[in-house]
Design a protein around this ligand. Structure first.
Ligand code: PCA
Length: 263
């Protein structure tokens, strides 16, 4: 039988920081940045700490050896104007893609989230306006899963609009000399799935962070064996994303330019 140890007076097991917190606060000691409420881009009265943007890109899929969405993210600087840039590489897998990005959101507490994905065949940078609540995969994802007509979030709203200023971002990319367009469909594959998942999470538990999605064309190196297919230089895409991020940080409210589509 196990013998009970004699009880000795309880030691103070609180972590040192907690134990110390009994001390009176001193007015001249600054509050550590990580304890301040982060700037959300919406209020004037939030503490002035460096705003953080989380930018994500996907791993290769569909037989490609690279994915320009991640190649662009890798090339972004760690700082952009007043923004601190955090990066996250996302698996091209239904479910797991959302999990990985939500983990990164919990880790970095960004005020903006911009996800990038490859849209092979498109000629311009495409800022997505809307994500819809359906997975309808034309091909299996990188885990071999192929959902057909399954909701991203059962019981969730049919769609979410991007909460970043999509038109200001398109216009800033063009001003930087980068071909860009507003897109009204992110498709029904893993990119739409991720965009919907992130917007759904932020709408329900987001502390005011804004989010959006940009589809990028193939990089030049991907079309060497593909005739008649559009591509863009990675450096041009990087210029575009930098311009889009700065525009997003500068516009709490979107601009009202005519970007509508006829069909
Ligand atoms: N593009 C795919 C998924 C991953 C990516 O980069 C899409 O458009 O859904």
């Amino acid at each position: 039988m196990l013998r009970r140890r004699k009880k000795s007076p309880k030691p103070d097991r609180r972590p040192a920081a907690v134990a110390r917190s009994r001390r009176r606060a001193r007015a001249d000691v600054p509050v550590p940045a990580e304890l301040l409420i982060r700037e959300t881009g919406t209020g004037k009265d939030t503490a002035k700490v460096e705003p953080i943007v989380l930018v994500t890109g996907f791993e290769p899929f569909g037989g490609e050896r690279t994915n320009p969405s991640w190649d662009v993210v890798e090339r972004l600087p760690a700082r952009l104007g007043a923004l601190r840039v955090e990066k996250c590489r996302v698996p091209c897998e239904f479910g797991r893609a959302i999990e990985v990005v939500l983990e990164a959101i919990e880790r970095h507490h960004p005020s903006m989230v911009l996800c990038l994905g490859q849209a092979g065949g498109r000629a311009r940078m495409g800022v997505e306006r809307v994500a819809i609540n359906v997975d309808d995969a034309r091909a299996p994802d990188n885990a071999g899963v192929q959902p057909i007509d399954v909701p991203v979030a059962p019981g969730g709203p049919p769609a979410y609009f991007a909460t970043l200023p999509v038109k200001a971002m398109v216009s800033a990319m063009r001003a930087a000399g980068v071909p860009a367009e507003l897109s009204n469909s992110a498709g029904t594959y893993v990119c739409n799935h991720l965009m919907y998942g992130v917007l759904h999470f932020l709408a329900t538990r987001g502390r005011g962070a804004r989010a959006g999605f940009i589809h990028v064309p193939y990089a030049h190196g991907q079309v060497l064996d593909k005739a008649g297919i559009a591509s863009m230089a990675l450096e041009t895409m990087v210029d575009g994303i930098e311009a889009a991020l700065l525009a997003a940080a500068a516009h709490a409210v979107d601009i009202a330019t005519a970007e509508g589509a006829l069909s």
